[in-house]
Design a protein around this ligand. Structure first.
Ligand code: FAD
Length: 370
């Protein structure tokens, strides 16, 4: 039986904890927050009974059969296919851009992919080298849609012009040539029926797992000898682990302003993006759409998202400066593997990971090091 220490009770840490505990190892999970589940944490609002995500809406989607099968043990799931609208002047358009978006925006009646391709071919320029988000969008949809949907949204979200931002960011939102309005096209798209907090709680409920909340790793390390653990999995920020020796990695954060309204619905869709600089927020989420109440209620909860450099580290900023720093931190992290210390998850590897990717990587790491 090995002794395992896991820092962070988010999905990455919980997946590893469950796997090791299931194998018969003794696992200690610590997290500095007052709750488990990391950024997927949600709760039922006391007044309205509406399930609200504390760190932004979380919608599960995956093509991985392995991840999907793994999750079935811990929760029942209800289907949920996400759609996003974007407000451009007085119109609400579908996102990612698809046949409907192009028809709505240019007031056309294109009927199929072929017509959409030949229409956009006249709007776009073929670029030899597509490295920034700006190049990518211009080469895909042309100037008008770029300005209406992407340019200012990117400025607000990242405080960077799309010309400074890796094309990888925008490629998460691929162009579609059909009229499929779903935000994701993955095979499995669903929500855990009792929310993500309960999903992770179930993962961590095991006789071999001890969970200590309100326990910061750096204080813990100062008071405890880590050599008592055979393996350590750290899902906190990698630069903090090394005391920012090479400098701080940049993160973009969000300030969530929650509002309760005496309305059955505040808006016509769960998520509406606001690219215009006339609005200081980027997005309004209405939570009722994710877990509709059993009976209609004349109350609803929304959150407006204000991007900021302060607050929780949410989005790694994918630009050259951070790639260079990350190379240095990764080489330090690699050296620690010999001592059984591993860096895991979105903060430990400084990458934007969807929930299924975080779980898939944790499962893979378990198989490699068990
Ligand atoms: P986290 O959930 O961040 O967990 C890390 C944990 O480590 C935290 O609980 C933290 O408190 C703890 N920790 C950090 N430092 C220390 C320390 N020093 N000591 C002790 N504990 C520490 N993914 C999707 O698939 N679908 C979505 O719709 C989606 N929406 C998102 C919306 C937003 C706004 C954001 C930011 C992310 C979204 N994601 C979404 C991604 C999702 O949140 C991540 O995939 C998931 O959180 C990864 O889990 P993790 O365990 O790696 O990290």
């Amino acid at each position: 039986m090995s002794r395992i220490l896991i820092i962070g009770a988010g999905l990455s840490g919980a997946t590893l904890a469950e796997r090791f505990a299931n194998r018969g190892d003794s696992v200690l999970v610590i997290d500095k927050r007052i709750h488990l589940a990391g950024n997927c944490y949600d709760h039922l609002d006391r007044g309205t009974g509406i399930r609200v995500s504390n760190y932004g809406a979380h919608l599960f989607h995956t093509n991985s059969q392995e991840v999907w099968n793994f999750l079935q043990t811990f929760s029942k799931w209800q289907n949920y296919e996400h759609q996003v609208l974007v407000k451009v002047k007085n119109q609400l358009l579908n996102l990612p851009i698809n046949l409907n978006t192009v028809n709505q925006f240019f007031r056309l009646k294109l009927k199929n992919a072929e017509e959409m391709r030949s229409f956009l071919a006249k709007k776009t320029k073929k670029l030899k080298d597509v490295s920034s988000s700006e190049d990518y969008v211009l080469s895909q949809v042309g100037q008008e849609l770029y300005e209406a949907i992407f340019q200012n949204y990117s400025l607000k979200q990242w405080a960077l012009d799309p010309s400074e931002l890796d094309s990888a960011v925008i490629k998460r939102n691929p162009l579609r040539f059909d009229a499929d309005n779903r935000y994701f096209t993955d095979r499995y798209q669903a929500l855990p029926v009792d929310g993500f907090e309960n999903l992770v709680k179930k993962m961590l409920t095991h006789q071999n797992i001890e969970l200590k909340l309100k326990t910061d790793f750096f204080k813990f390390r100062a008071q405890n000898d880590l050599s008592q653990f055979d393996q350590v999995f750290y899902t906190g920020a990698i630069d903090q682990y090394f005391d920012y020796a090479y400098g701080h990695l940049e993160y973009r954060s969000l300030d969530f302003h929650f509002e309760e309204h005496d309305l059955e619905f505040y808006q016509s869709n769960s998520a509406i993006n606001y690219p215009s600089l006339n609005y200081p927020f980027t997005r309004i989420i209405e939570y009722k759409y994710f877990y509709p109440p059993a009976k209609p209620i004349a109350k609803t909860i929304i959150s407006k998202e204000y991007p900021t450099w302060d607050g929780e580290p949410y989005y790694p900023v994918p630009r050259e400066r951070n790639h260079l720093l990350m190379k240095k931190y990764l080489s330090e992290a690699k050296k620690l593997q010999a001592q059984g210390i591993y860096f895991v998850g979105r903060l430990g590897t400084y990458r934007y990971l969807n929930m299924d990717q975080a779980i898939a990587e944790a499962l893979k790491l378990f198989e490699r090091v068990k």
